[in-house]
Design a protein around this ligand. Structure first.
Ligand code: TXA
Ligand code: MG
Length: 303
């Protein structure tokens, strides 16, 4: 019997598209050096062509093949955080396809911490371009069933690696600028990145922001409203319920690891149960709280 990783490998080598598990969310992967294969990712996701993809590699040893140069900061971060939920933006090597970088001068690189995908990458040898395996702008998938629900037969194969343990996407650090800039908070808290760098990282605003930082990303079908004040949130739930709406309270302050892990699943569940509105209490901006606040703010169509 063919093992799932063997099957995934065959399909990727043949220019197919495979959903892969990572520690953050499921990715929709294709051979990063095969232009036609990468184009199919954009078609399946219905994603605009100018939104670049992250290239997943087996280890930091592969960096030189993809990046024209690796700054000291980038090397430090890779050394400490890989395999793990960190994406580094580096000056691209000349050989990196335009379809992968959206024509930009930088390339996003990451070594994911998932045993099946690491085995796949090691045996594949090259890089796998992979965005999150959801339709453009929608909630990211954290189980194989989510991928199946979203993309179904459009994907050639789903490599089932179980539920993603972190549940929010990687932290994106732009290392083409000095000091490096955190473009998207994610699975590695901003404080950890700051502690590893020699200089304080820059703000996440301005024109360098990643496309996934735009409003109305990570959006479920139902309305999402966000509150910092738990009392205000609870009052709002009551007000809405009086009008007969189906409302759910999502208290994201309780256990940040657990909240991050189940965040997208809970938004998906709310849609499945035809909830009209999710009222979310935001956690403070520390640790995984940065990423949770960011995703809920985007889900609310703000930020
Ligand atoms: O955890 C993750 O990062 C997941 C898993 C599958 O690895 N991937 C992921 O990919 O979240 P995606 O495409 O959904 O989000 C990546 C974000 C996008 O907003 C993209 O525009 C940005 O990273 N990005 C990638 N390469 C870039 C580049 N060279 N310059 C600026 N932004 C870049
Ligand atoms: Mg995404």
């Amino acid at each position: 019997m063919t093992e799932p990783v063997d099957r995934a490998l065959d399909i990727l080598r043949g220019g197919g598209v495979v959903a892969i598990p990572t520690e953050t969310v499921y990715g929709l992967a294709a051979d990063a050096s095969n232009e036609a294969a990468v184009r199919r990712i954009f078609e399946i996701k219905r994603r605009p062509a100018d939104h670049p993809l992250i290239v997943h590699i087996a280890s930091a040893a592969g960096l030189e093949q993809w990046a024209a140069s690796v700054s000291r900061d980038a090397a430090l971060l890779a050394d400490d955080c890989w395999p793990g939920p960190l994406t580094l933006l580096l000056p691209r090597a000349a050989s990196v396809l335009n379809v992968v970088t959206g024509g930009r001068s930088s390339v996003g690189l990451r070594v994911p911490a998932h045993p099946l995908t690491l085995e796949l990458l090691t045996r594949f040898g090259g890089g796998l371009a992979a965005p999150s395996a959801n339709r453009y702008g929608k909630v990211s998938p954290t189980t194989a069933a989510h991928v199946h629900d979203d993309l179904g037969p459009d994907v050639d194969f789903i490599l089932d690696g179980g539920a993603c343990p972190i549940g929010v996407e990687s932290t994106i650090v732009d290392c083409t600028v000095s000091p490096p800039q955190i473009l998207r908070p994610g699975g590695i808290p901003n404080e950890v990145i700051a502690a590893l760098l020699e200089e304080t990282p820059g703000e996440t605003s301005g024109p360098r922001r990643a496309s996934g930082m735009l409003a109305s990303h990570y959006a479920p079908v139902c309305r999402v409203e966000i509150f910092d004040d738990p009392d205000e949130a609870r009052l709002h739930v009551k007000e809405l319920r009086v009008t007969g709406q189906r409302v759910e309270l999502l208290d994201a302050t309780v256990d940040l690891v657990d909240t991050a892990r189940h965040l997208y699943e809970r938004l998906r569940d709310a849609d499945r149960r035809n909830v009209d509105e999710v009222v979310a209490i935001l956690p403070p901006p520390t640790g995984l709280g940065h990423a949770i606040r960011d995703r809920l703010t985007k889900a609310a169509g703000l930020g």
